[in-house]
Design a protein around this ligand. Structure first.
Ligand SMILES: NC(=O)c1ccc[n+]([C@@H]2O[C@H](COP(=O)([O-])OP(=O)(O)OC[C@H]3O[C@@H](n4cnc5c(N)ncnc54)[C@H](OP(=O)(O)O)[C@@H]3O)[C@@H](O)[C@H]2O)c1
Length: 227
């Protein structure tokens, strides 16, 4: 399929690489392709500059947010939470209309230091903000509760015996995303939490997820729902 990846961070790179390896036609979007390729320093987390990844994934075309969104039959948003709406506006409402828009971003606010707080919670969520801003897009919130590497290889944690969540108003979009999660990425326990307002719950898992990372000393963790 044609995939538009909106975001060049670890999540965008990891998912784009996996989707490319599965034979999908992936375009990865950024604000300014030339500036992104010109970066030479590691990012804030110490990850190598984008061009190092891109040199190893030459089939994945780097383009603007709008070009990537236009290309995608499925569009995936993996954006800094505070910039997600602006980036999706740059991607273009018309390029998202009618499409499944997978939203992986978390509403983390780093402005008051560490650990980050949530800039939207309890009565609203980033998933809902995205769905309201782009009413014609078929927004599905998922994968935001695991590290990027685990998103495409759940077996990295406890042999894959843990859960991932999905929230969307659109049952057909959820069926598409369930197939992506199970058949393409290997998830075994995909829990449909209901409409997009259920993204509040998975975004509010971030505080415990971040504390677990600190306490256990590894981000290779997952939530397992036992029933
Ligand atoms: N990293 C993980 O393992 C992980 C796990 C679960 C969820 N998440 C969530 O997934 C999202 C992506 O995370 P990430 O670690 O891959 O990368 P990130 O650094 O959070 O986001 C990178 C993307 O955000 C864009 N961006 C940053 N500031 C912007 C601005 N002012 N305007 C427009 N776009 C802007 C960047 O654009 P350019 O391409 O132009 O630089 C880049 O494409 C985040 O919301 C994060 O909380 C991450």
């Amino acid at each position: 399929m044609k995939i538009g990846m909106i975001g060049t961070g670890m999540v965008g790179q990891t998912l784009a690489g996996k989707l490319d390896s599965l034979g999908h036609e992936v375009v990865i979007g950024t604000r300014d392709p030339a500036a992104t390729l010109a970066r030479t320093s590691p990012d804030m987390m110490g990850n190598p500059p984008f061009k190092v990844w891109h040199e190893a994934h030459t089939r994945v075309k780097l383009a603007t947010f709008a070009e990537a969104a236009r290309h995608g039959e499925i569009v995936i948003g993996a954006l800094t939470g505070s910039a997600a709406l602006d980036a999706l506006r740059a991607a273009g409402e018309e390029n998202l209309a009618g499409k499944v828009l997978v939203d992986i971003s978390n509403p983390l606010d780093f402005s008051k230091g560490m650990p980050p707080t949530l800039f939207v919670s309890n009565t609203d969520s980033l998933g809902e903000l995205v769905q309201r801003a782009f009413p014609k897009a078929r927004v599905v919130k998922t994968l935001n509760t695991v590290n990027a590497a685990v998103m495409i290889e759940p077996g990295l944690v406890d042999g894959g015996d843990h859960s991932v969540f999905m929230s969307s108003n659109d049952p057909e979009a959820k069926a598409v995303v369930r197939r992506m999660l199970t058949e393409w990425f290997g998830w075994r326990d995909v829990i449909d939490l209901g409409d997009i307002s259920s993204a509040r719950a998975t975004e509010m898992l971030m505080p415990i997820w971040l504390r677990l990372w600190g306490a256990l000393g590894t981000p290779m963790i997952g939530f397992k729902v036992v029933r």
